[in-house]
Design a protein around this ligand. Sequence first.
Ligand code: V47
Length: 357
Amino acid sequence: MDTVREKVAKGERLSFEDGVFLYSAPLIEVGELANSVRERINGNVAYWVSNRHLNYSNVCVLTCLFCAFARKPGEEGAYEYSLEEAFAKAEELRGTNATEIHIVGGLHPDLPWEYYTDLLKGIKARLPHLHLKCFTAVEIDFFARKFGKSIEQVLRELMDAGLDSLPGGGAEMFAERVRKKICKFKITGQEWKDIHKVAHRLGLKSTATMLYGHIEKPEDCVDHMIQLREMQDETHGFTAFIPLLFHPENSILSHIRKSSGLLDLRHIAVSRLMIDNFPHIKVYWIMTGSRVAQVALSFGADDMDGTVREEKITHMAGATSPQQMTEDELKALIREARRVPVKRDTVYTSLEVGAPL
Ligand code: V47
């Protein structure tokens, strides 16, 4: 641990071996070190955003073993919102302080290209102040293939329709060994990164996730983090890294035991130490629960995500957290964790800084 501590003190980059070591080192020491880096980068604040998730459809042509959200066309529980239904969901944000809408869905075999562009245009026309964080790289790749466009063309047309940034979903675990088992029909890790590279080149910011708690090994997680760190060196387009905790219920992998709070904290801490060039590490309270999220704010995380308002992907997989939190609840949780709550927009402009502790 001393070697890693020294490197961190000197601002030296940690190696693959250091990362793997951190997965077996005493958690409290890893957390303390990660907290020192977190405080160096972000001081004593913890960010949150007033947002809403909108999942336009769960119909998906893929079969990912971890997913409890997707349905095949015509299967019981399959849905797709009409544009009017989607606009009505967005309209719920009128008169609130929300600044962001996070839109993702399954790979729907039948929706036309205009559905996606009209969805963004319609929301922008109704609520022009909302930041549209929409479509994972997996959806972007699907649109390109289905509608015979290049990735750049898809992104440009979506940007013309109102797209402001890309969310980080679909990254899962880049390691081919793992990907082949849990989501073999999905784009590869390299393709996921290439799409974000194009987005960054076009001036869009994005986030990056990592799904853990299934069949991965520490080596796979460290490899995932180093790949993102290397890409960020090139593009500087990522704002935040978000480790996502696999929820097994109702998925093909339902025999796997759900990860523990301690493992959640370790992923937060190791990622803060390994991914030294991402400005933010987000703890997604929907998946960890608010209790672990509060502790995570002293283990490397500086961002709690947001109000969310409606969450389907994790709740269909057995999440027991609420589906939304009010702004006051989020601020109180952050304050109780001895951090100053800062309301941010999607690209981390501070909108409201809480009183000092
Ligand atoms: O891509 C799917 C994951 C992701 C399960 O970018 C599951 O700021 C747990 O990406 N158990 C979607 N996870 C959510 C996501 C996200 C969430 C919050 C913020 C941001 C951001 C992104 O959820 C999917 C997949 O990796 N997922 N099924 C499951 N059973």
